[in-house]
Design a protein around this ligand. Structure first.
Ligand code: ADP
Ligand code: MG
Length: 701
């Protein structure tokens, strides 16, 4: 049966090699199974008829009964079209075809009653329907038992080859006729009855050919439930497997270094959230299980401090720790901050990046192996082959969504016994999405900002209002503040992007001339040394402006910089805007984020800017982002290791089902961790079928 479903699509009657190629290329449909799992995106009720007098162009697809009064040809060349007047007892509309005229006049005789189906639009004040579907009234009656017609998305290319939604529906119908056996159930009978699910074969049939809306809901629910349950089972099974397989180093002491830091050096009191998270981490580290924890906290919530305290625990127990950051600037900054925080404490720290000198590398190499180096901070350089630790006990990854699964996996392999892992992210992810993307990690959240922060004021200005903005910047500088100006960098047009930056620099330096004003520039094409020099000028307060591409997006911490100007803000995504804004608001002064945009904004861009102006709450912004873009585009999702395209569930909209099946999956695995019981064999098989090809996912952290 499985074999039958794997039959090449070209063998389905009515398909053939040419059409098969199109289906392969355009819809990823290669075999019968793929076609069955090509689900409709909506249904149209074919029992409902409109009167012509009720039609208006805002209506979606409509169905009208009437007769064609006559044909005419209008327009010239590319605009040439066949037009039919179509009439019922309330009025007349025009039906329009740009091709296939002969066939149409031959097929649809004036005076005969037809049903016309299509999307109404307006042209010259007249309602018309372009390329309608037409059927004789007599035919419709016998057509289908179902009045609800499934609609499938197609592409222009497919439509040009007559592979319309209707044609796809027909192919699926043909396939069902070929299926002479009952499609094997994919969930255990116990689950089906306990959670009152529709049976598999029925669900598959009804999702394509429902007879009433209730059936659609049930079929959909069943298929979503199944898809999400398998994902959760896979994640949880992997998580359990890992904790069975690996013993964690036990860090039982909280010793001298930690206490010295805590009682002598800690420059402020921890927030309640930081305390809670440190407790959670300490518990993991002492448990004898290997820690795999995700630390989520909005920008500025103080994750670095938590990272540092965790590293000190590792050191107090005789182990080394490393901290990996996605950019040299950020790694350098962590190194500076941490070195300063540990002043007077006997801990050896080194920074390793792509531009570290050979002699330093040599020294690091030796002191890693003889265990005299306690903390290594760095970029991707940390995962290079020749970096070997004497006894690595804890790995911390900052801004983890910037790293691919592979890179993270390599760090994890740096030690015979896997070290404890803490990954940190400032990109808040809605809870149910996190359950899927990072479902194998335990999650800690810092949901509180350090006290005394004044909320950032966000404002939106159009390019035409630039003078007003310059006036404001001048007054901020007069008060001793510093200013970031950021330009978008989009890879496809990199050259043009740099031009934006250059033009921006020209304008700013004309408006704010030296020697009165000093301007620093940073972008990705600079050598690290020059970049560092520019950063230093700004960090030490010599430069009033830092003009940059998005290289400053993550982690830079300069409290006196209290104004963030984002140019072409409409070109940034929400999470990026939020990250950038997080660069300010770190000091004691009122901070500002100024979003500059052109006058022409798409609806979505306007919505993004509106939400940025209205809230500082990262989770609210993440939710909006998820609704606007769908989960596929959310930063980090690409690398998340979701191992296949979801066919029916929607991570943005099906949060409730995700929570529900997560609990069910936990329950199943609690009772039968290996899914070895008879009733769970189906699940075991299903997991093998779905996930066996995707091994690379297995080391998500
Ligand atoms: P992020 O979570 O974005 O990495 P950081 O760790 O860079 O945030 O912290 C942001 C700023 O807040 C830093 O200047 C840090 O010194 C400061 N900070 C962190 N924790 C506290 C605290 N409990 N009280 C006051 N300031 C804090
Ligand atoms: Mg940070």
């Amino acid at each position: 049966m499985q074999e039958f479903l794997e039959t090449d699509i070209k063998f389905l009657p009515g398909v053939g090699p040419k059409m098969a190629e199109l289906l392969n290329k355009e819809l990823n449909i290669f075999n019968y199974h793929d076609l069955l799992y090509y689900f409709p995106y909506k249904y149209i009720d074919r029992t409902k008829f409109y009167k012509i007098s009720d039609l208006d162009p805002d209506l979606p697809f409509v169905q009208v009964k009437g007769v064609i009064k006559g044909y005419s040809t209008e327009g010239h060349k590319a605009g040439k079209r066949l037009v039919a007047d179509f009439q019922d007892d309330t009025g007349t509309i025009k039906l329009i075809w740009f091709k296939g005229g002969k066939w149409i006049t031959g097929s649809y005789t004036p005076g005969v009653e037809f049903i016309v189906f299509g999307k109404p639009s307006v042209f010259n004040g007249m309602i018309n329907i372009i390329h309608p579907e037409i059927e004789a009234v007599s035919k419709v009656a016998e057509r289908m038992s179902s009045a609800l017609q499934a609609q499938y998305s197609t592409t222009e290319n497919l439509k040009n080859h007559f592979l319309t939604s209707k044609a796809l529906s027909k192919l699926i119908g043909t396939l069902f006729k070929q299926i002479t056996f009952k499609l094997p159930e994919t969930l255990p009978p116990g689950i089906i009855s306990k959670y009152k699910l529709m049976e598999f074969s029925q669900a598959l049939q009804k999702i394509h050919f429902p007879s009433d809306p209730g059936e659609i809901d049930k079929a959909r629910y069943r298929l979503k439930f199944e898809e999400l349950l398998y994902i959760q089972l896979n994640i949880l099974r992997f998580k359990n497997n890992r904790s069975r397989k690996y013993k964690g180093f036990i860090f039982s002491n909280v010793g001298e270094n930690f206490n010295d830091f805590y009682f002598k050096n800690l420059p402020f009191t921890l927030t309640e959230a930081q305390k809670r998270v440190v407790r959670e981490i300490r518990k993991d580290l002492g448990s004898g299980r290997q820690m795999n924890r995700l630390l989520q906290g909005d920008v500025g919530s103080g994750k670095t401090l938590v990272a540092l305290m965790s590293m000190l625990i590792a050191i107090d127990n005789g182990y080394q720790a490393c901290l990996m950051a996605p950019t040299e600037i950020l790694a350098g900054q962590h190194y500076d901050t941490i070195t300063k925080m540990l002043e007077g404490i006997n801990v050896k720290i080194r920074l390793l990046t792509g531009s570290s000198k050979k002699s330093l590398r040599q020294e690091i190499s030796e002191s890693l192996l003889d265990k005299s180096l306690n903390i290594l901070i760095g970029t991707h350089a940390l995962i290079e082959e020749n970096v070997r630790f004497g006894n690595l006990g804890l790995v911390i990854i900052d801004e983890q969504h910037r790293f691919g699964v592979e890179q993270r996996a390599r760090l994890w392999q740096k030690s015979l016994n896997p070290p404890h892992i803490l990954v940190m992210t400032a990109t808040p992810i809605p809870r149910t999405l996190a359950m899927t993307l990072y479902g194998d990690l335990d999650v800690s959240v810092i949901d509180e900002l350090p006290p005394g922060r004044i909320p950032i004021k966000t404002m939106h200005y159009f390019d035409s209002e630039r003078n007003k903005v310059f006036g404001f910047l001048r007054s901020q500088i007069a008060e001793g503040r510093q200013i970031y100006i950021v330009y978008p960098l989009i890879q496809e047009s990199e050259k043009m992007d740099y031009k934006d930056l250059e033009d921006g620099w020209d304008t700013i330096s004309r408006e704010f001339p030296s020697p009165k004003y000093c301007i620093s520039v940073v972008h990705g094409r600079m050598t690290p040394a020059i970049k560092e020099e520019s950063m230093r000028l700004f960090r030490e307060g010599h430069a009033h402006f830092l003009i940059a591409t998005t290289v400053i997006e993550v982690g830079v911490d300069i409290p006196n910089a209290s104004v963030m100007v984002i140019e072409s803000a409409e070109r940034f995504g929400l999470s990026q805007l939020h990250q950038l804004r997080g660069r300010v608001g770190r000091g004691a002064d009122q901070s500002y984020c100024i979003l500059m945009s052109s006058g022409k904004l798409s609806k979505e861009a306007a919505r993004r800017i509106e939400i940025m102006v209205s809230t500082n709450d990262g989770f609210e912004i993440a939710e909006t982002d998820l609704q606007l873009r769908g989960p596929g585009d959310i930063e980090g999702t690409m690398q998340s290791g979701i191992p296949f395209d979801l066919k029916i569930a929607d991570l943005a909209k099906d949060g409730q089902i995700i929570e529900y099946v997560r609990n069910i999956a936990e329950d199943i695995l609690d009772k039968d961790p290996l899914l070895a019981n008879n009733q769970n064999l189906i699940l075991n098989e299903g997991l093998k079928r779905l996930f066996s090809k995707k091994q690379s996912w297995s080391n998500i952290s």
